[in-house]
Design a protein around this ligand. Structure first.
Ligand code: PLP
Length: 392
C-alpha cells in the first residue's frame, strides 16, 4: 500500500495552545520573547539556534530568527519530506543559495545536472562562479559514471528530477552509488514531488531542497523555501548561515503556507486525475507532436515507476504547427490562463523555446513548446478549453 501523506497534511495546522489545540496555526508575529527570569534567558549561540529543532516552543530566543509559527512549519515540512530538520528560507531560490553558501567556498568544485531550472543555473553561473566556485554540469545519463567526475575538492552533487520543463529523470540511486566513497554531499531539488510523490531522504540523499512557493503554498500566495535533511551537522551549518545572513521567514507567510498545505493531499489527488485526462486529450490531437510528462514513454519509464508514486500537474507539449499558429491558438484558451508561477488553483500555460537547452538536443525537441499547469478547475472544462483552442 502506498504510504500517503494525506492524513498528516489534513491535520498539519493542529497547533498546541496550552492544554487545547487550534486546528489553524496562528501567525505569532512577535520579534521578542519574554522569559520569567534571567536564568531562563538563553545564550545566543549555535546550540540555542538549533535547540528546538523538533519542538515548537523550545529554544526560542529571538523572534527575528524563529517563532512558534516558523518552528511549526519547519517541523511539519521535515515530517512530510521524511527528514529530521528543516531550515526555512524566503524562497526556493534562497534555499539553494543558502545550502550552497554553507557547503562551498572559493576553490571548491560542484557537479550539477543540466536539467536544473534556469533560475538555478543563473544563480550558479552568475553568482557562485563569480565567487570562485567551479561549477561543472553533467547530463542525466552521466549519473552512473559520475565517480569519474568527482574531485578531491568536489563538495556538492546537485540535481533536479524530473528536470524543469522537459521532465527528464535523473537516477538518484546511481548518483548515490557513484558518490558513496566520496565526502561530497548529495542534494536534490525535490520541488516537483510536493513532499508526496518521492522522498529522496529515505533513499539516502543528504539534502532535499523545496520551493514551497509552488504546490505547497501557492494557494496561499506566499514565497518560501526549505532545506531538509536528516544530518544534524548539516542542519546546524545551514541554520547558522541563514542566521548570519539574516535570511529569516515571517510568521504570516508560514501560517499561510500551513493553511495551504492542509489541502495539499486533496489538491494533488484532484490534479492527478485532471492531468491524466489532459494527457489523453493531448495524445489524440493532430497539432500536438509530443507530450512531455514523466509518465509518458521516454525510455526512462521504469525509473519513474521505481521512484515515484504519483505525479504533479505540469505537462509540456511540443506543437506541430508554426510558431504563429501556435501562439494564435494559445491565445484562444479561456479557462487556462497565461502566466508565470504554478502550484495554485488556476490552470496556466507558458510558451517556451528549449532549442538552446541540452535537454532539447537529447530528446530532441523543436523551439515550439508550451508548459501547462493544471489547477483545480473542472477537468471537463479544461478538456473543452483545450479542444476549442487546438481542434477547431
Ligand atoms: C520555482 C522553483 C524554484 C525556485 O523557487 P522560488 O520559490 O520561486 O524561488 C526552484 N526549483 C524548482 C524546481 C522550482 O520549480
Amino acid at each position: 500500500m502506498r504510504k500517503s501523506n494525506s492524513t498528516v497534511l489534513a491535520q498539519i495546522g493542529l497547533f498546541p495552545l496550552g492544554s487545547i489545540s487550534s486546528p489553524i496555526t496562528p501567525a505569532i508575529n512577535a520579534t521578542t520573547f519574554i522569559v520569567n527570569n534571567f536564568k531562563e534567558l538563553l545564550p545566543i549561540d549555535n546550540a540555542s539556534l538549533i535547540a528546538g529543532s523538533d519542538e515548537t516552543f523550545a529554544g526560542l530566543y529571538y523572534g527575528g530568527v524563529d517563532t512558534p509559527t516558523t518552528r511549526h512549519l519547519a517541523n511539519q515540512v521535515a515530517k512530510i519530506e521524511r527528514g529530521r530538520f528543516t531550515v526555512l528560507t524566503p524562497s526556493g531560490q534562497s534555499a539553494i543559495h543558502l545550502l550552497l553558501a554553507a557547503a562551498t567556498k572559493s576553490g571548491d568544485h560542484i557537479l550539477v545536472c543540466d536539467t536544473v531550472i534556469y533560475s538555478t543555473r543563473w544563480l550558479l553561473d552568475q553568482h557562485f562562479r563569480a565567487l570562485g566556485v567551479d561549477v561543472e554540469y553533467f547530463e542525466p545519463q552521466d549519473a552512473a559514471v559520475l565517480s569519474n567526475r568527482l574531485r578531491t575538492n568536489t563538495k556538492v552533487v546537485f540535481w533536479e528530477s524530473p528536470g524543469a520543463f522537459t521532465f527528464e529523470l535523473v537516477d538518484g540511486n546511481a548518483v548515490l552509488e557513484a558518490c558513496k566513497d566520496h565526502p561530497a554531499i548529495t542534494v536534490m531539488d525535490n520541488t516537483w514531488a510536493a513532499s508526496t510523490f518521492h522522498h529522496p531522504l529515505e533513499a539516502g540523499i543528504d539534502v532535499a531542497l523545496i520551493s514551497l512557493t509552488k504546490t505547497h503554498a501557492a494557494s496561499g500566495g506566499v514565497s518560501l523555501g526549505a532545506i531538509v535533511t536528516k544530518d544534524r551537522n548539516l542542519f546546524q551549518r545551514t541554520k547558522s548561515i541563514a542566521a548570519l545572513l539574516g535570511s529569516h521567514v515571517g510568521s504570516d507567510a508560514c501560517a499561510s503556507a500551513i493553511q495551504s498545505m492542509s489541502t495539499l493531499g486533496a489538491r494533488l489527488s484532484c490534479q492527478m486525475a485532471t492531468t491524466s485526462q489532459a494527457i489523453s486529450v493531448f495524445t489524440s490531437m493532430a497539432g500536438i507532436k509530443r507530450v512531455l510528462h514523466p509518465t509518458q514513454p521516454n525510455g526512462k519509464g521504469n525509473l519513474f515507476v521505481r521512484d515515484y508514486d504519483g505525479f504533479n500537474s505540469l505537462v509540456s507539449v511540443e506543437f506541430a504547427w508554426s510558431l504563429d499558429e501556435t501562439i494564435q491558438r494559445l491565445d484562444c484558451l479561456k479557462v487556462i490562463k497565461v502566466g508565470y508561477g504554478w502550484g495554485g488553483t488556476i490552470s496556466l500555460v507558458n510558451h517556451f523555446d528549449p532549442s538552446a537547452w541540452p535537454s532539447s538536443k537529447r530528446l530532441p525537441l523543436s523551439g515550439n513548446c508550451a508548459r501547462f499547469y493544471f489547477g483545480l478547475e473542472d477537468a471537463n472544462d479544461i478538456e473543452s478549453d483545450l479542444r476549442t483552442a487546438f481542434e477547431s
